[in-house]
Design a protein around this ligand. Structure first.
Ligand code: TRP
Length: 352
C-alpha cells in the first residue's frame, strides 16, 4: 500500500529527562476487547499505534481486566479478546516490533494497582467523569469501576511509559495517572516517569454516517452509521451510499455541511489526499459520484485488512503464540518495576 498516511513516522520527540542515548521512548496503550473495531477506531487510533512501531518501544495490550469492570458474558469476552487481537494484527500491529499482550497475562498490573490505590485519595476517584457516567447507568456498581483509573495508572507506570496514545475520553485518566505518579515519587522517592498523553497528529475524528453531529460509535442505535473494519465490501458500500448528506449539491467541507465534511475527512484519511485536493477533484460533480468514490477508497483500504483478519482469526494457535511472547517480554519489565516498588514501600524481599 503506497499511502502517505501509513508511512512510518520518526520517533516522537524525547521528553525532558529522557536522554537521547537511552533506549527508545516507551509508548504504551491499552484497549478494551469490545468486539468489532470501526473506521473511527482505525483512523483515529490504530493507524497511529502502527506508525509508532519501530522508532519507539511499544507496549500494546488488551485491557481484559478493565473489561470486567462492567458485567460481561464470559464466552463473549473470550471470543472478543481473540477477535480484537486478530483485528489489531490485521491493521499492522506487529509482534516482531511491539509487545502485544493481554493485561491479565502479566503479573504486576493488579499488584501495582493495589499499592498505588492505597495512597490515592478516594476523592480523586469519585470525581472521575467516566465513573460518574457509568455508575449512573448501572443498578449495582462494582468497586472495580471506582478502581478503574488506578489499574490504568498501574498499566502505564509498570512500564514507565513516556507516551500514552489515548482518545479524548481517556485524558482525565491520564491526568490522574500523572498525579498518582507524582505523589508516589514524592511520598517515597523518584520512581516513575510521569507520562504524557499522545494525541495523534491526524487525530481523524470520524463521525456517524447517519448522524454526522455525533462520533462514530459501535453502540450507535443506527448501525448503518458505523463502518466496521471487517464489514464485507458490499456492506461498506451500502452504508456509505446511504450516508446522510446535506441540501445543496456541492462537495465542500463546511460547518453547515457535516455529512459531506465527514465523508471528505474519511476520504482524506484513507487515501492521504488533502481535503482541498478532493474538493477540487469533485468540483461540479454530484453527491452520487462522490459517494461512489468514497466507497471505492474505503473498500480499497479496508479490504486487505479484512482479508488478513480472516486469516489471523482462523489461527488460534498463532494468536496464542503472539500473546505468549508479548506477555513474556512485558513480564520481564513488570517484575523489575514491581520489585522496586515493593522495596520502596517497605515489603520484605520475596523468597525465591
Ligand atoms: N481505559 C482505556 C479505554 O477504555 C483502556 C486502557 C486501559 C488504557 N489501560 C490503559 C489506555 C493504559 C491507555 C493506557 O480506552
Amino acid at each position: 500500500m503506497s499511502n502517505a498516511a501509513i508511512q512510518p513516522a520518526p520517533a516522537v520527540a524525547l521528553p525532558a529527562g529522557v536522554s537521547a542515548t537511552a533506549a527508545k521512548p516507551i509508548v504504551l496503550t491499552g484497549a478494551q476487547p469490545s468486539g468489532k473495531l470501526h473506521l473511527g477506531n482505525y483512523l483515529g487510533a490504530v493507524v497511529n499505534w502502527d506508525k509508532m512501531q519501530g522508532a519507539n518501544e511499544c507496549f500494546y495490550f488488551i485491557a481484559d481486566q478493565h473489561a470486567i469492570t462492567v458485567p460481561k458474558v464470559p464466552a463473549e469476552l473470550r471470543k472478543n479478546i481473540y477477535s480484537c487481537l486478530a483485528q489489531y494484527l490485521a491493521c499492522g500491529l506487529d509482534p516482531q516490533r511491539s509487545h502485544i499482550f493481554a493485561q491479565s497475562h502479566v503479573v504486576g498490573h493488579t499488584e501495582l494497582a493495589w499499592v498505588l490505590g492505597c495512597s490515592c485519595p478516594l476523592g480523586w476517584l469519585e470525581r472521575m467523569t467516566q465513573f460518574k457516567d457509568k455508575s449512573r447507568k448501572q443498578e449495582s456498581v462494582g468497586a472495580g469501576l471506582l478502581y478503574y483509573p488506578i489499574l490504568m495508572a498501574a498499566d502505564i507506570l509498570l512500564y514507565n511509559a513516556h507516551f500514552v496514545p489515548v482518545g479524548e475520553d481517556q485524558k482525565q485518566h491520564l491526568e490522574i495517572t500523572r498525579d498518582i505518579a507524582e505523589k508516589f515519587n514524592r511520598d517515597y522517592s523518584p520512581t516513575f516517569n510521569v507520562p504524557e498523553p499522545f494525541i495523534g497528529e491526524t487525530g481523524a475524528r470520524i463521525m456517524s454516517l447517519q448522524n454526522p453531529e455525533t462520533k462514530m460509535s459501535k453502540s450507535d442505535p443506527n448501525q448503518n452509521g458505523v463502518v466496521f473494519l471487517i464489514d464485507p465490501p458490499d456492506v461498506v458500500r451500502k452504508k456509505i451510499q446511504s450516508a446522510v448528506t446535506d441540501s445543496g449539491g456541492e462537495v465542500r467541507a463546511a460547518a453547515d455541511k457535516p455529512g459531506i465534511t465527514n465523508l471528505l475527512s474519511i476520504f482524506s484519511a484513507v487515501t492521504g489526499q488533502s481535503v482541498a485536493d478532493l474538493e477540487n477533484e469533485f468540483a461540479g460533480k454530484g453527491y452520487g459520484d462522490f459517494k461512489r468514490a468514497v466507497a471505492d477508497a474505503v473498500i480499497a483500504r479496508l479490504e486487505p485488512v479484512r482479508l488478513r483478519y480472516e486469516e489471523f482469526s482462523k489461527d488460534t494457535a498463532y494468536l496464542d503464540s503472539v500473546l505468549k511472547s508479548g506477555a513474556e517480554a512485558a513480564q520481564r519489565v513488570a517484575y523489575k518495576t514491581l520489585s522496586k516498588v515493593y522495596r520502596k514501600v517497605g515489603f520484605v524481599e520475596r523468597p525465591r
